[in-house]
Write a protein that binds this ligand. Structure first.
Ligand code: ATP
Ligand code: MG
Length: 157
């Protein structure tokens, strides 16, 4: 773990710029709202980037049409939150805790997206843990999903 002062908006901006072309191929709208985000957090910026990349690429992959929202905000005086919300295929209630298991792919994935290995969220969940955060999933089949991560503003090395 390499905690360092990290500019949240710039990490988000880099990931969005990298994945925007992919969202464009599906005509998905990408909305970023980080106005209420902390300017700087003390965290592992490379791992933060990895987490955002995984969550955002899932949102793009599992959404056929509509909008993906990426938002960040400060929570009280010790924490901050990052949320990735989509209008995608959604995940059934009984599978919502399983998607964080290695190699698990939900029923919704019957299309078997090429190259889907089921590892992304397992990695995300390990990294979030390592970074002293918590990840939460809210989802409804056919409506969409929201992954919310809460972290300390300053993580311990
Ligand atoms: P990869 O290893 O390439 O990320 P993956 O996307 O299948 O493969 P995970 O990212 O771990 O693996 O996701 C696990 C499963 O959870 C997916 O196969 C999919 O069924 C479901 N899933 C993940 N994110 C979403 C989402 N935003 N909307 C709907 N289903 C999702
Ligand atoms: Mg994935």
């Amino acid at each position: 773990l390499h905690p360092e002062p990290t500019e949240v908006r710039s990490v988000i901006k880099d990931v969005v710029e990298m994945l925007k072309p992919l969202a464009d191929t599906k005509a998905l709208e990408l909305v970023v709202d980080c106005d209420r985000a902390p300017a700087t957090v003390y965290t592992d910026s490379l791992r933060l980037q990895q987490i955002v990349t995984n969550l955002l690429s899932n949102a793009i992959r599992y959404t056929k049409s509509g909008t993906i929202w990426l938002s960040c905000e400060t929570l009280g005086d010790r924490q901050w939150l990052l949320a990735v919300k989509d209008t995608g295929i959604g995940i059934a209630p009984e599978e919502q805790s399983l998607v964080f298991d290695p190699f698990y792919r939900a029923e919704n994935n019957e299309v078997h997206v090429p190259d889907s290995t089921g590892l992304g969220l397992a990695i995300v969940s390990q990294l979030v843990n390592l970074m002293q955060g918590k990840i939460e999933l809210k989802s409804q089949l056919g409506v969409g999903s929201t992954f919310t991560v809460t972290w300390p503003l300053k993580i311990q090395a």
